[in-house]
Design a protein around this ligand. Sequence first.
Ligand SMILES: [Zn+2]
Ligand SMILES: [Zn+2]
Length: 449
Amino acid sequence: MALILLQFSPIVEPAVFEWSRHVPRANSSTHSEASPNPKPRTWDPKARCSGPVHPFAPDARFEYNPLPVPSTRPAHEAQPWTQQARGQAEDSPINAISGGTGVSGEQRGWTVKKVVILGERKAGLVEVPDPRPSEDWVLVKIHAVPMCTEYKAFVSGRKIEYLGHEAAGEVVAVAQPGRVQVGDRVVVMPQYPCGKCELCVSGDYIYCENSHDFSAFVGAPEGRATYAQYILKPSWLLPRIPDGLSYERASLAMCALGPSFGAFDLMGIDAFDTVLITGTGPVGLGAVVNARFCGARVVAVESIPYRVERAKMLGADAVIDPRSEDALRVVRELTNGKGVDKALDCSGALAAQRFCIDATRRKGQVTFVGECSEELQIRVSPDLIRKGLTVRGSWHYNLSLFPRIMQVIQESPVIEHLISHVFPMSQVQKALELSASQQCAKIILKPWV
Ligand SMILES: [Zn+2]
Ligand SMILES: [Zn+2]
């Protein structure tokens, strides 16, 4: 298949992109023909979402005063509970099955490292009291931290208390017998859903409306960030990593592959489909991997040269520049004039969302996973009724799909290209600068180096 790669201007810093003029006018009475828009819409990757910093980010924010806690020993030194986890310490203050005996890290004065935003484009490490498990919540020693949209807070200097929501690691302490054991290698699922409501029980925990009050449950504020050495989590949100699979690869089961996997499951993507993917940041690149794994043909839309090349590396059959006035025409030429079967927006840009609707064939499907709180104009008759389009939003994936995501990670021949960089957490400043530059795919932090 011919690769459609239109001309790009070299971009060092993300620019405000001119969107195709082939965005139909809002008052257009037809939907099958694209109409020239007198005012080209823009797709500004720096302003893709005016909503929450990330879907998994906690709502609560506060001004963090980075006052490093003096530590009498290096944080990387083996902690008593990790020794206990290895069966080397009988007198650990946190017993593997203790029912809550012992004293807290804060009382002991022991600390662990986590990342904080220190100011505009400035981040660093601080030491905070170590968290401890209770009831069915367990302590996980984090070994891989995929970076997501935390760079937005880094760029703005907005101080968020708990950075990160993606991780993979090892269970090192439990408070009671339960679903996981000390030594289990696990993926850390996002948020703190109740585990009891219908949505949680059915596996769609991401939509839970009764999430735990972390601090109230734990009795301390620390232990919920993933840009950190340890995290506390309910055991049922810690699916096991198959033997032989690295923490780095397994951590792709979060935002790299997760949102698109859930969306594709809802849309029923298969080898008969041509799938449009708008925006190939880490989520969109993961979508390319998932779509190709299902055997679908992929038409991607992206303007940043690094990510264009990465999308091609991962198997995109065509990559279209959204700044081209011919973008919609190119999609139709690639699909015998009909439009794609299914479309997924990973950008959160209004123009891209609209493009998905216009580029999808009659009776096709469109799903949005890119976050955006601005208003998208959808015309009920031409877009929905007469076109027979199914339009939906999707957030993550049902927990029951976890084994299939692990299968993608284990069997996809291109999965290694989804991770572009691995940084020690001690170099988080450098890692966030790279993440903000968008000259990357998924970046992984290693908390213990
Ligand atoms: Zn729930
Ligand atoms: Zn994420």
